[in-house]
Write a protein that binds this ligand. Structure first.
Ligand code: SF4
Length: 659
């Protein structure tokens, strides 16, 4: 049976994925699998899931980490529908409510501020775009939208978002998706962010219990889930809010007096909030001033009650939150406000006051453009804190990616023990690629050793690069290592050199992004170029270099930076996962980054190329790194040429390109 599989032939392993997906749907156990690019993961999950959903009156929710990944599942849907369905089947996608909102105020609000603002407007029946939505919608438009969901789902969102019909576009799209769609494609945030989830899946939204939830590219989930439950507040935000209160005091008091407030108590309230913020700001600096530079940069514990020393802690913080939320509304009538950034942070302080288990709280100092700022962090340690409610509320959850390690992923996200897991090798021929592991003893780019044997390391890199044919991506483990080595080797390279722009070289983030796109485009149109980038940067992951990238060199092991947060995360994982703390905090993310970078070369049957892992941590000889080697993918372990001789690496590269 073909489970609505729309292609004439199946690629290797697609049948296994289809059968496992069906087993997961029938048993309602979750499914986690790892499969490299090229297997056809999306259609292998979507085909059985859509058929099962249709037969059992469920919906399929397909969640992506980037908007540009939303079109593929809709195109696959269309193939399924055209081939198998006599009954109408519908699909559509939705982007952020804030981006779809036609009100000017939406643009200046932060995410949470916008959601509370929208909820309030709807409750008070004050939004003209939302009011009487259903009555205003013309019958002929309804038919057109429904037809789009059926025949042209990729265009559905564009057509509605561009309709100058004076209606709330988000509510309109949401309603059509609730009423008709068998498949809904949407951003991760719709499920991970508690505000957005409540709005979309709440009382008037989609019933999550009747949804098969599919997470694409799910190696991002552990980080993303922690991020949405975390909060950061900087000293710059506090000083800018103190200024905002000065500048908008009169408007605030006038508005509040119109609502019945009296001037004296309003003035008193505002000065209480300003004093609170000033004291908070100064006390944090005072604590930091007693610490050494290294300690400040690394991070020191943040204990709210030791800084906010008031006898009525909760009451005072509550009052500040209320005033700042009201002030945000006043300011946002003319410009973007920072008030809700502080009120959101203080709410998180209250929420996590007694939770030392799931959250790490710390202060650190950041230097930017020769100035120092402090940043107060409340970071979530536990991905399952956010993910467990999703697992509990959904019909079932399926996660896949090219670079997850299912056993650890299952534990970190809080999947039940009996969750189904699988891993697949690459479907491409080994003739298309040559893996080389070069774990030379001096090939160490960690903080302690990065400046040792510089000449040998530079010569290795120059010789490897100059022996390669076509374009090359060179991925350094961090921006710091990039800055040491790129200036030393770029003049010795016989290829066109492209470099990832580094932040401080640009004044605005817009210019920085523009420059980043330009460099990438120029490299992609080059035939004989080398692009230097850093892991944890934008070029080593998520960029599709189909037919334009022939080689990758992963330089050094990309350990995430050691800081207070990661130290605590290590402790947390040690307690929760029996001593696997540093492995989960530093090694697993480093391996995932390396495999992501390596995976840029072979994207389809026509691609061909060499991939070098240059670093002692990739070696299997040293007992300290044996565990690193074991979690490289099976195909790398089976196929790699393993040598510590520079000449052998060069010969292997030349031989591959001669063949
Ligand atoms: S109801 Fe719609 S139009 Fe009104 S604020 Fe909310 S998103 Fe915007």
């Amino acid at each position: 049976m073909d489970f609505w599989f729309p292609y004439d032939e199946k690629r290797q392993y697609q049948n296994d994925i289809i059968l496992k997906t069906l087993e997961c749907l029938k048993s309602r156990k979750g499914l986690i699998f790892s499969a490299p690019t090229g297997i056809g993961k999306t259609i292998s999950v979507l085909a059985p899931a859509l058929q099962f959903a249709y037969q059992n009156n469920l919906k399929v929710l397909f969640l992506t980490n980037r908007i540009n990944q939303q079109v593929l599942p809709l195109k696959e849907f269309k193939k399924i529908k055209d081939k198998f369905c006599t009954e109408p089947l519908y699909a559509g996608r939705i982007i952020s409510k804030k981006d779809l909102c036609p009100r000017d105020e939406a643009k200046v609000k932060d995410l949470e501020g916008f959601y509370s603002y929208c909820t309030k407007l709807k409750q008070e029946n004050e939004c003209k775009f939302y009011k009487g939505l259903k009555q205003k919608l013309r019958e002929e438009d309804k038919d057109i939208f429904k037809q789009l969901l059926r025949d042209n789902p990729t265009q559905f969102l564009n057509v509605l978002a561009l309709q100058p019909n004076g209606l709330c576009t988000h509510s309109l799209i949401k309603q059509f998706l609730i009423d008709y769609a068998n498949l809904v494609v949407l951003d991760y945030n719709y499920l991970l962010n508690p505000f957005i989830r409540k709005d979309f899946f709440g009382r008037t939204g989609i019933d999550l219990n009747k949804c098969i939830v599919v997470f694409d590219e799910s190696h991002n989930l552990p980080e993303k889930t922690r991020e949405v439950a975390s909060r950061v507040l900087s000293s710059a935000t506090i000083t800018s809010v103190i200024r905002e209160i000065d500048n908008y005091e009169d408007q605030y008091i006038d508005e509040k007096m119109d609502e019945g407030g009296d001037r004296d108590s309003l003035e008193e309230e505002l000065s209480f909030v300003q004093d609170f913020l000033r004291k908070f700001h100064d006390d944090v600096w005072l604590i930091l001033s007693k610490k050494a530079d290294k300690e400040k940069e690394f991070g020191i514990p943040f204990r709210p009650r030791e800084i906010i020393k008031t006898s009525s802690f909760e009451k005072d913080v509550d009052l500040v939150v209320d005033v700042l939320d009201d002030m945000a509304e006043v300011v946002e009538k003319t410009k973007k406000s920072r008030c809700s950034a502080i009120s959101g942070f203080l709410e998180k302080v209250l929420e996590t006051l007694n939770d030392e288990e799931n959250f790490v709280k710390f202060i650190n100092v950041i230097k930017r453009e020769k100035r120092e700022y402090f940043s107060i962090n409340i970071k979530c340690m536990d991905s399952s804190y956010v993910f467990t409610p999703i697992l509990k509320d959904s019909y079932c959850v399926i996660c896949f990616s090219g670079t997850i390690e299912p056993t650890y992923f299952k534990k970190m996200l809080g999947f039940p023990e009996d969750t189904l897991t699988m891993s697949f090798p690459s479907p491409f021929s080994s003739d298309q690629r040559r893996y080389i592991i070069y774990p030379n003893a001096y090939a160490d780019f960690t903080l302690k050793h990065r400046r040792e044997n510089i000449e040998e390391k530079c010569s290795d890199l120059v010789d490897f690069i100059n022996s390669m044919k076509g374009n090359i991506l060179v991925v350094f483990p961090s921006e710091d290592v990039f800055k040491i080595y790129v200036p030393l080797i770029e003049g010795r390279i016989k290829k066109n050199v492209f470099k990832q722009p580094m932040n401080e070289e640009f004044i605005t983030s817009r210019e920085f992004r523009k420059e980043g796109h330009r460099v990438l485009k120029d490299f992609q149109t080059s035939k004989n170029g080398v692009l230097f980038t850093a892991a944890f940067g934008s070029y080593a992951e998520g960029v599709d270099y189909i037919h334009v990238l022939q080689n990758t060199i992963v330089v050094g092991f990309p350990f995430p930076k050691v800081n207070y947060e990661r130290d605590r995360l290590t402790e947390y994982f040690n307690n929760k996962f029996e001593g696997s703390g540093s492995f989960l905090t530093y090694v697993l993310p480093g391996i995932q980054k390396s495999i992501q970078a390596a995976g840029r070369v072979i994207r389809d049957l026509k691609d061909k190329g060499t991939i070098i892992f240059y670093g002692k941590q990739f070696g299997k000889g040293d007992w300290r790194y044996r565990r690193y080697f074991t979690i490289l993918s099976q195909e790398i372990k089976d196929e790699a040429i393993y040598t510590s001789e520079r000449e052998e690496v060069i010969e292997a590269i030349k031989h591959f390109w001669r063949e």
